[in-house]
Design a protein around this ligand. Structure first.
Ligand code: AKG
Length: 422
């Protein structure tokens, strides 16, 4: 080989080593089908969320939630079918009249009766769904794939003739025959739907199955791909992410994940996942500091508490407890945080009241209390905290009392017990 060949050769120092450059034949190609940095949210708190066991939204509450979702910056707001009840129809019309930035959708069965009502409400688009799995075909609507093709075409052409968006979705997609799915999606794509939808109605899909199905579908249709993931087996956020990686364009969410059974991809969980993937896209598009108020609004409306381990807003989502964690967090928060709480208007908390507490956390608390103690004194004081924390649970007041008493003792030369009773 020539001397030039040698010069061009770059030795590797591990897959992600410093020598990787554009000439490296092992570097993965950018995936142009991935949408992790260009996705849209279809927010379904006012449709899927109304299917949550506790949910009852009167008109005023629906309007309040719709405005809050719009203010947060979601792209679409999906509403309960106007065919469900007279009040549902009136509420749908009322929300369409608000003039929100978000597009308003309503969600209907693949049936002309529903479509006729939907197009009169003033919505920007209609999400149509029909079950395609053998479970639903045999035990729910009882129709075969020929009927589904025929009705889908009729409904889609009717909605399109009203110049509003139309999405066609198969319910229970992951338990449907692939050949049936691809055939119906190809048909509806050819007649010009805006989106097709894939729904994991029973929450059975794994991220890998999601990736495979969406990637296959991406090669078959040219329209957008919406996805809807139930959380029965805990994969709703991961599945949404994998769907975007595979080429899906839209993700359905609800606030706190409320929906049928244990719900769907939560808005906050999706945002947590996506801000790690593309902070610039997420922070520029969504008003993240409104997330907590939005969740409180919905939690109150459906009479639940925000779970302790909720994404971002759970009470301990940014609490650091063990001594080694606290020390590193105080030095540089990125050591144990992948998300910056400040992006959401939330502050982190360094726990300092347990047997796991280290002296750096106590030192930080001493500084917050504006007391003057050396490192050696902070260490000695920490030993006292740990001693008591081995006996009983401590709260912030307990530790503050220990610190203040210790400080008083060293300044005055006294030797008072640190807490009454010990
Ligand atoms: C479900 O299948 O769980 C739904 O709620 C419908 C989803 C869709 O319309 O894509």
């Amino acid at each position: 080989s020539s001397g030039n060949d040698k010069k061009d050769f770059q030795p590797l120092s591990g897959r992600h080593g410093p020598h990787l450059n554009s000439r490296n034949p092992y570097q993965p190609l950018p995936d142009f089908l991935s949408n992790v940095n260009s996705f849209k949210i279809i927010e379904s708190t006012l449709r899927e969320g109304e299917q949550f066991a506790n949910a009852f939204f009167d008109t005023a509450k629906k309007i309040e939630i719709a405005k809050a979702l719009d203010d947060f910056g979601v792209d679409y707001i999906e509403l309960t079918s106007p065919a469900a009840s007279e009040q549902s129809r009136l509420d749908c019309e009322a929300i369409c009249k608000l003039g929100l930035k978000a597009k308003i959708l309503t969600h209907i069965r693949c049936h002309m009766d529903d479509a006729r009502i939907a197009v009169q409400t003033g919505v920007d688009g209609v999400d149509v769904v029909i079950g395609t799995s053998s479970f639903l075909r045999e035990h729910s609507h009882g129709k075969d794939m020929d009927y589904i093709h025929k009705t889908a075409i009729e409904v889609i052409e009717f909605v399109k003739s009203h110049n509003i968006e139309i999405r066609f979705s198969s319910e229970d997609s992951f338990r449907s025959e692939l050949v049936d799915l691809l055939s119906i999606y190809r048909t509806v794509d050819q007649i010009g739907v805006n989106r097709v939808g894939i729904a994991d109605t029973v929450g059975c899909a794994s991220p890998r199955q999601v990736y495979d199905l969406i990637r296959t579908l991406r090669g078959v249709v040219s329209c957008d791909i919406e996805t809807h993931f139930h959380n029965d087996t805990g994969c709703a956020v991961a599945n949404a992410y994998c769907a975007l990686e595979a080429g899906a364009t839209h993700i359905d969410t609800s606030v706190l994940g409320i929906g049928e059974r244990n719900g769907i991809t939560p808005l906050g969980g999706l945002v947590a996942r996506m801000i790690v993937a593309d902070r610039e896209y997420v922070t520029s598009k969504y008003k993240l500091h409104k997330l907590r108020d939005l969740e409180n609004l919905v939690a109150e409306a459906v009479e639940v508490n925000i779970p302790f381990n909720n994404y971002i807003t759970g009470f301990c989502a940014f609490t650091h407890k063990a001594g080694i964690h606290a020390k590193a967090i105080l030095a540089n928060p990125s050591t144990y945080e992948i998300i910056n709480p400040a992006d959401f208007g939330i502050t982190r908390y360094v726990h300092f009241a347990s047997r796991l507490t280290g002296w750096n956390a106590i030192k930080s608390r001493v500084e917050q209390l504006d007391l003057d103690m050396t490192d050696a004194q902070c260490k000695e004081c920490t030993a006292k905290v740990k001693q008591l924390a081995d006996v009983r649970p401590l709260n912030v007041d307990d530790v503050d009392s220990i610190i203040r008493q210790y400080h008083f003792n060293i300044k005055t030369g006294n030797d008072q017990p640190l807490l009454k009773g010990i």
